[in-house]
Design a protein around this ligand. Structure first.
Ligand code: SF4
Length: 345
């Protein structure tokens, strides 16, 4: 990979629960929630990295650590060669301009009492990118850039649909000329047709502006459309990563395989689907050994006690890693599903 624009190394973030003083956290004895455990990712300039995982996998915590909304307990974050965790004052303000985030609920990030033209122009004025007198023209140009009429600038956020509000949030983030856009479940709450329109818009913006993106989603279909590379997260850890094409064509971690089998195959074939039937274990009590072993149909004895290291899988584009002792081919998971559904004699 060329020099990464964003590099996260061995990041760990734990949260101490306030209720822990009583020792009774959701019925668990342990008082610390492990949201991220030794997570490393890198994103090259102009690349889109997709981060996939179920709720509680740590993907949003990772985004918030990159933005310095959470302070990690260990590890490092480098943006364009600069130490993000060591930044303060003017450095931190500059970083927060260069890295913009689009959230799942745009309404929460838009001031309901501010006309959207002002909401878009104000950050650029504050950062000294435009003069106050240029605000109307600037906001109008950005509204048109995201597919809305410039005549909508005097309206308020509540007057727009969810999809339109997300377009406004994207315009607002583009206003400060970011280099990295982090989209955290940015289209998840929207109808499929609106999702498709927003994904097309994000693809266009990325291409035209040369933006680097981190796209966080639990929807594999969204990731497969946008991401050049993908990191699959499970219970605070990246368990598989590589180019999206390689990982989707030859997933070698049972969790990735089960996520993929839960979605229809592109060639329309129907296969017995192994199901992620049990809940994700509590992040208060990460299982010993491989953290996926309580849900893994291929778990072996060693999986219960030995944390699997990342292993490089031979791949067309290189850099395909999977943290599994077995590294099964995808067929092994469907065979496990068939066994599960065949009654024993
Ligand atoms: Fe399953 Fe073992 Fe691989 Fe973990 S290490 S994913 S339990 S086979």
């Amino acid at each position: 990979m060329t020099q990464a624009l964003l590099a996260v190394e061995s990041l760990t973030k734990r949260f101490a629960d306030r209720a822990s003083v009583t020792g009774r956290v959701r019925g668990h004895a342990a008082a610390t929630l492990t949201a991220l455990d030794d997570v490393s990712i890198a994103v090259a300039p102009g690349e889109t990295l997709g981060i996939v995982g179920e709720s509680g996998s740590g993907k949003s915590t990772l985004a918030r650590c990159i933005m310095r909304l959470y302070e990690p307990d260990a590890g490092s974050i480098t943006f364009d060669g600069q130490d993000v965790l060591g930044a303060n004052g003017a450095q931190l303000r500059a970083l927060r301009r260069a890295i913009q985030m689009v959230y799942q609920d745009p309404y929460s990030s838009l001031n309901p009492r501010l006309r959207i033209g002002s909401a878009i122009a104000e950050p650029a004025i504050v950062h000294g990118l435009i003069e106050r007198g240029e605000g109307d023209r600037f906001a109008g140009d950005l509204l048109e850039r995201v597919g809305l009429s410039r005549e909508t600038a005097p309206r308020y956020a509540h007057e727009f649909s969810g999809g339109q509000r997300q377009r406004i949030a994207i315009a607002r983030s583009l206003a400060v000329r970011p280099r990295l856009l982090i989209a955290d479940e940015a289209v998840s709450a929207l109808d499929v047709s609106i999702q498709a329109q927003l994904l097309a818009l994000l693809e266009e913006i990325r291409r035209d502006l040369g933006l680097t993106m981190v796209f966080i989603s639990h929807q594999l279909s969204v990731i497969s459309r946008l991401a050049d590379r993908v990191a699959i997260m499970y219970l605070g850890r990246v368990v598989e990563s590589g180019s999206t094409a390689d990982v989707f064509a030859d997933p070698r971690h049972p969790y990735t395989q089960m996520l993929l089998e839960a979605h229809p195959r592109l060639d329309g074939t129907r296969v017995p689907r192994p199901r992620l039937t049990t809940d994700t274990p509590s992040p208060y009590e990460i299982p010993a050994g491989c953290r996926f072993h309580p849900r893994c149909p291929l778990a072996e004895e060693r999986c219960m006690s030995i944390d699997p290291p990342e292993v490089e899988i031979p791949s067309a584009r290189g850099g395909h890693l999977s943290a599994c002792h077995v590294l099964p081919m995808r067929e092994a998971i469907t065979e496990a599903a068939v066994r599960e559904r065949t009654p024993s004699p």
